[in-house]
Ligand binder design. Sequence first.
Ligand code: ATP
Length: 243
Amino acid sequence: MKRVDPLLIVDQLEISSKALVPLMKKFSFQIFPGEIVALTGASGCGKSLTANAVVGLLEDGCEVTNGRIYYKGQSLSQNDEKSWQTLRRDEISLLIQHSLSGLNPLQSVKKQMLRTLKQKTEPAKKERMNYLRDLLRQVGFSNPERILSSYPFQLSGGMCQRILLAMMISLQPTLLIADEPTTALDSVNKEKLLALLKKLQQEHGLTILLISHDVERISAFADRIIDMEAREEVRTCFLNYKG
Ligand SMILES: Nc1ncnc2c1ncn2[C@@H]1O[C@H](COP(=O)(O)OP(=O)(O)OP(=O)(O)O)[C@@H](O)[C@H]1O
């Protein structure tokens, strides 16, 4: 049987505050290509820190003090800012917890989507608007033209979340990390967003790391659930994964 290498390896990761107080210790897990893996655990156990460390976006107040992160077999420890930017543009997208803070309320959706698209080799000018409309349809908007001309403050939290998702997909990432993407949504929209992530995973061959407290809801959605609560001990619960 052909051996599949992990896409992402987090190995004995420790993140500390600037005063070198560990905020999380010795956390390890792996993700294989095409999987949907959910990361769960009590509030404050370090889920968001882990997600931010994977894409080089730890806040100024904290740093990786032990352990390593490998992506496609390469250690990310020596990454400079330019390498992190390239990784975020070409490989790993992070969908953050609070959708509105990810969009500029004073700029139209069209302007923001075009700016994201420009980070990549963009489609030819005349194709661009068709591409954006198609992306918006893929995330469930039946009237993309209206959405493109809207400003984020005119839209609901769930709509903004779907727009951010469309922007991430336009970067064609290999790995999508979604940090509590459903927190601000009501029950129906939570289900819709998870179904949408699953659809995008299947259509675009994405690998997804989903951070969530909602073990019950995500157990029907994820291939594996990693419980981070024990901090130094990772319990991995294999559900549908056939690795
Ligand atoms: N910039 C920072 N400076 C200092 N401490 C921080 C910083 N960011 C996070 N922390 C602390 O690190 C710990 C882990 O935070 P993190 O946000 O990763 O938790 P989490 O598991 O994602 O929690 P939640 O489920 O509530 O989002 C917490 O105790 C938090 O207060």
